[in-house]
Design a protein around this ligand. Structure first.
Ligand code: URP
Ligand code: ZN
Ligand code: ZN
Length: 499
């Protein structure tokens, strides 16, 4: 029956290792794992010989049906999650983005009302904080305490729309820390981008190449560094969304090595393609790649970000799926700064990371599972419900055939959007079966996603001490027994001599 499922003979991959084991699922939950399981009659069996059985992907970053820059993203919560499942992702994390002055709690409720009836797989919500006030502070508390939100995202770019300045960032980070929440940042210097954009447009550079020129790598790395510094002042865990450049990735890895609690999320886009496309002669093609921070024009960036993912300098991958069709991208036909920002990736992220990560030999299947699923579950506090193949965990699984390959194309993808930034890319690793809460939603490569089958998954706040490593390190560095700085009386004559 639909309720019982046995997956036999596969290689079960978790972030901490691989084992030959069978998996038994009952009523949406994994109830037995190992060999010689006791299987009741009426159980469907899937033979996974030669396949990897992995936790379904968790896409940490999507914007389904988002209204942005005068357009509404065409992949909605139904089609977006259906496409996610087709590619082996069984949970998404979307962003509530309140309008200026709107109540955060109300905006959150509106997002739930959009998503709940449509989602084919489970989902969680991050909440954008795009201005600061006492009311915002209270509403963050309300969301963390009573609505299952433990992540708040701040934009350091999108001046006059979402941008938050340093003093407010400091206060918001401080409040995140108090709540046991994670602060997320879109790290780009919005003031510099605004100046550069003016200059470029005045000089007659209006095409998509102006998008990257207005916000080069340094502009991302500077903001990434600044966010790390501010978060560390208040000992707040920081999560840098969509790391797009070598130097920004290096900043995250270096700050982590120093003891900051910081996580970095490159995208399928940032490891699967590059910014040379902004110079493509076809305007639609170039505009199809416009996203912020931009893809980088050099060819080394994807490999560099993958190396950081493999070595734990970076930890998670998302898609930032935010898709606009040609007619919507055309809003910026004469001005690159008006091209709605966003690319696809929710369907192809798993394949792209597998191809560039595992097939290339940079990471093993366990690290793949870590960066596509387990680390996200841990960081956002839904582990081990999600992110692992274990007794008691939700039966969100993908049965992955590493021998088969497929070619990505907008002609065959399941997304609503009319363009695919990975067009023509051959990817090894095909999700032959995708199991969502125990239901087979990709069955021998046939998509059978169910409208509204998914549910909201609360991400509980952490106890604040979980992320206290930075404090501990700082205390170790202080001289023993010193409890205050010097007072005026502390000046000793030797030190005054030279004055
Ligand atoms: O290009 C992007 N990222 N569009 C969506 C909005 C955002 O910045 O996340
Ligand atoms: Zn084209
Ligand atoms: Zn985004």
């Amino acid at each position: 029956s639909q309720n019982r499922l046995l997956i036999k003979n596969g290689k079960v991959v978790n972030a901490d290792g691989i084992e030959d084991a069978d998996v038994f699922i009952e009523n949406g939950v994994i109830t037995q794992l190992g060999r010689n399981l006791i299987i009741p009659g009426g159980t469907r069996t899937i033979d996974a010989r030669g396949r990897y059985v992995m936790p379904g992907g968790i896409d940490t970053h999507t914007h389904m049906e988002l209204e942005l820059m005068g357009a509404t993203a065409v992949d909605d919560f139904y089609q977006g999650t259906k496409a996610a499942i087709a590619g082996g992702t069984t949970m998404i994390m979307d962003f509530v983005l309140p309008r200026k002055g709107e109540s955060l709690v109300e905006a959150f409720g509106n997002w739930r009302r959009k998503a709940d009836p449509k989602v084919c797989c489970d989902y969680a919500l991050h909440v954008g904080v795009t201005w600061w006030s006492d009311q915002v502070k209270q509403e963050m508390t309300e969301l963390a305490k009573n609505h299952g939100v433990n992540s708040f995202k701040m934009f350091m770019a999108y001046k006059d729309l979402y941008m938050i300045r340093d003093p407010d960032l400091y206060k918001i980070f401080e409040h995140c820390k108090e709540l046991g929440a994670i602060a997320q940042v879109h790290a780009e210097n919005g003031d510099i981008i605004a100046e550069n954009t003016k200059k470029l447009l005045e000089a007659g550079i209006t095409g998509p190449e102006g998008h990257e020129m207005s916000r080069p790598e340094d502009v991302e790395a500077e903001a990434t560094h600044r966010a790390c510094v501010i978060a560390n002042q208040v000992n707040c865990p920081l999560y840098v969304v969509r790391v797009m450049s070598k130097s920004a990735g290096d900043v995250v890895a270096a700050k982590k090595a120093e003891g900051n609690v910081v996580f970095g999320e490159p995208l399928a886009a940032s490891v699967g393609t590059d910014g040379s496309h902004y110079w493509n002669k076809c305007w639609r093609h170039a505009a199809g790649h416009v996203t912020s921070p931009p893809l980088r024009p050099d060819t080394e960036t994807p490999g560099h970000l993958l190396d950081l993912l493999a070595s734990d300098g970076l930890q998670v991958t998302g898609s930032d799926n935010c898709t606009f069709n040609f007619d919507q991208k055309k809003l910026g036909r004469n001005d690159f700064s008006k091209i709605p920002n966003g690319v696809n990736g929710v369907e192809d992220r798993m394949s792209v990371i597998w191809e560039k990560g595992v097939q290339s030999g940079k990471m093993d299947p366990s690290r793949f599972v870590a960066v596509t699923s387990t680390n996200a579950a841990k960081i956002f506090n839904v582990y081990p419900q999600k992110g692992c193949v274990a007794v008691g965990s939700d039966a969100d699984l993908v049965i992955w055939n590493p021998i088969k390959s497929r070619v990505i194309s907008a002609q065959t993808h399941h997304q609503a959007v009319d363009f695919n930034i990975f067009e023509g890319m051959e990817c090894h690793g095909v999700p032959e079966y995708v199991i969502v809460n125990g239901r087979v939603c990709v069955d021998e490569e046939e998509l059978k996603a169910v409208h509204g089958f998914g549910k909201f998954v609360p991400t509980p706040a952490f106890p604040p001490y979980v992320y206290d490593q930075v404090d501990a390190r700082e205390k170790e560095k202080r001289p023993q027994g010193v409890t205050r700085g010097p007072n005026d009386e502390d000046y000793s004559p030797e030190h005054m001599n030279g004055l």
